[in-house]
Design a protein around this ligand. Structure first.
Ligand code: COA
Length: 279
């Protein structure tokens, strides 16, 4: 039996071998500062069943809390990114967590309090449907293979796509969002690019190289400054301008007091590349 998630050690030390294990239905790999989270049920086109939901939650929890993980790439094993909720598994995509009115934060809806401010790249390698599209539309960058297809089949199953109904109108033109929500039809990567759902379309075989190249560019920036900016961008959507600026100035002082901010100033004065530590 798979061990339960292990909390981050109280001393803050990262004992990576035994800390927050992630299962097989979704995998977590850390290369330097780049975490790759992979949907890993290729025989079911990476449909989300209870096991995958649990493993994805563990993977994102680990990404959020591992001080060495600065950027994430999310992708799918095989020919699909994620075919949405598993329609055949009895436990359903909710797994052990059936949801409550006061929903605890999970990948079901990141906005409900599970706050991850590190940059996340979706490397969409194939079908990106239902929950798959919901997750991709939460990512900072949606990099798509020219074979990718996007869609929200929920309406054809007689159910609403709730989080996509919240998120897509914030990200796309109203009519484009409603087209996806109301028709349930799949669209090509090119059409998704034209809508602004996708950031860039690349040849299929180069997808992961392109995602890693983007991750390398992101690592050139100071990780804590990036997190401060993402938190600003996310939180201030719902703030009045004055409160947003007051919050921003506080964040400027918090981020400005880090070792990396001192390193950035020193590297600038010495005209050398900075060496970030994420501290
Ligand atoms: N849940 C469970 N299994 C799924 C699945 C899902 N959402 N989507 C695909 N699979 C399985 C298929 O049952 C099939 O399994 P099998 O080989 O054991 O028969 C395998 O994945 C391959 O799927 P297949 O339909 O043969 O591939 P395809 O390329 O012809 O079609 C899709 C791909 C994604 C268009 C099609 O599988 C589909 O429409 N899936 C359902 C998508 C959906 O409605 N998701 C729910 C969103 S809320």
């Amino acid at each position: 039996m798979r061990p339960p998630s292990v909390p981050v050690p109280a001393d803050g030390a990262v004992h990576r071998a035994d800390w927050c294990p992630v299962g097989d239905a979704a995998t977590f790999r850390l290369d330097g500062h780049v975490a790759t989270i992979t949907y890993n049920r290729p025989d079911a086109l990476n449909a989300v069943n209870g096991e995958m939901r649990r493993d994805l939650n563990d993977a994102f929890l680990r990404f959020r809390d591992d001080e060495e993980a600065w950027v994430a790439i999310v992708t799918g094993a095989g020919r699909s990114f994620c075919a949405g909720a598993d329609l055949r598994d009895g436990t359903g995509s909710t797994g052990e967590f059936a949801g409550t009115f006061w929903e605890k934060p999970t990948l079901n809806s990141f906005e409900s309090g599970w706050e991850i401010f590190k940059p996340v790249i979706a490397a969409v390698n194939g079908y990106c449907l239902g929950y798959g599209l919901t997750l991709a539309s939460w990512c900072d960058f949606v990099l798509a293979s020219d074979r990718a297809e996007f869609g929200l089949p929920e309406v054809k199953l007689g159910v609403p796509a709730i989080v996509a109904s919240i998120r897509l109108p914030q990200r796309l033109n109203w009519a484009d969002a409603m087209e996806l929500l109301f028709t349930g039809e799949r669209i090509s990567a090119e059409r998704a690019l034209a809508m602004g759902l996708v950031w860039r379309v690349v040849p299929h075989d180069t997808l992961l190289d392109e995602a890693n190249a983007l991750a390398a560019r992101l690592l050139e920036g100071a990780p804590l400054a990036q997190r401060a900016m993402k938190e600003m961008a996310m939180r201030t959507r719902h703030m009045a301008t004055l409160e947003a600026i007051r919050f921003g100035e506080t964040m400027r002082h918090v981020a400005g007091g880090t070792r990396d901010a001192a390193e950035g100033r020193q590297a600038g004065a010495e005209q050398r590349p900075p060496r970030w530590t994420g501290r």
